[in-house]
Design a protein around this ligand. Structure first.
Ligand SMILES: [Mg+2]
Length: 264
């Protein structure tokens, strides 16, 4: 089978695994892609845990991956702050994620004057006090940097609010727009294909999030390949204006897209 694309960006949550279970055929598919040395990055929007913890879990589930295989929104936030010359930031993120943002000087007192407020998924930690502290910093002139703005994600027990609804709340209250550094930001996808050394149209993003993975990739000039695992819901696809380049069952179908023998 001939190759439709030369390189891949693979979303992690909902594509490789859900919770503590690898998705059927995912470990084998990944092994086949790695054996064929397909240029590839794991392009995640996860902001609840650092790259080291993401890598640990993937290794535990049987994936042979390294921390450097992963591109995360936290890395993009550090890059953006460096470009803009931001020094002092407020971090509204999971405590564990702070190791991926260690290059930035984090100011702890809520509401203080900072260059930027950086927001990631805080789960149940998104309390009134935390959001109000961020709001006060925004009123004092800070920029709002969203690590991502996904609406929801799939936890083993069901769908759950992600970071996006809280970003929307802060935008509404402060009347300012967030800069999104994770997917679907074009800068994120272009940084990823740049690392692969390929042109965007030779790379396919494989993901389960119609807006962040598929819409974002297509807007940046990549192909968007939607899997029907993780948070995929058929009616969301029917109702959306986003049209995936390709709809596949799962990661197990991906090796054939880059010219490897199909599993079937
Ligand atoms: Mg996902």
């Amino acid at each position: 089978m001939s190759a439709q694309w030369d390189g891949l960006l693979l979303d992690i949550d909902g594509v490789l695994h859900v919770g503590d279970e690898a998705l059927p055929g995912a470990v084998e598919a990944m092994r086949a892609l790695q054996a064929a040395k397909i240029p590839m990055r794991l392009a995640t929007n996860t902001t609840s845990r650092p790259r080291a913890a993401i890598t640990d879990r993937l290794q535990r589930l049987g994936f042979d991956v390294e921390e450097t295989d992963i591109l995360s929104p936290a890395q993009m936030a550090v890059r953006l702050c460096r470009e803009r010359g931001y020094e002092r930031v407020a971090l509204i993120t999971a405590h564990a994620l702070k190791q991926d943002l260690a290059e930035l000087e984090a100011v702890v007192s809520p509401g203080s004057a900072v260059d930027a407020v950086i927001v990631g998924d805080l789960g149940p930690g998104f309390s009134y006090g935390v959001l109000n502290g961020a709001f006060r910093s925004l009123l004092r002139g800070a920029d709002l940097i969203a690590l991502q703005r996904n609406r929801y994600w799939r936890r083993p027990e069901g769908l759950a609010l992600d970071c996006g609804p809280f970003i929307a709340a802060l935008e509404y209250a402060s009347d300012r727009k967030a800069t999104v550094v994770g997917k679907p930001s074009a800068d994120y996808f272009l940084a990823a294909v740049d690392e692969l050394g390929l042109a965007p149209d030779r790379v396919a993003m494989v993901g389960d999030d119609l807006e962040a993975d598929i819409g974002g990739a297509i807007d940046a000039g990549l192909a968007g390949v939607l899997v029907q695992t993780g948070k995929f819901r058929a009616h969301e696809l029917e109702e959306s204006s986003i049209e995936p380049t390709l709809l596949i069952e799962s990661l197990a179908d991906v090796p054939s897209l880059v010219g490897l023998t199909s599993r079937r």
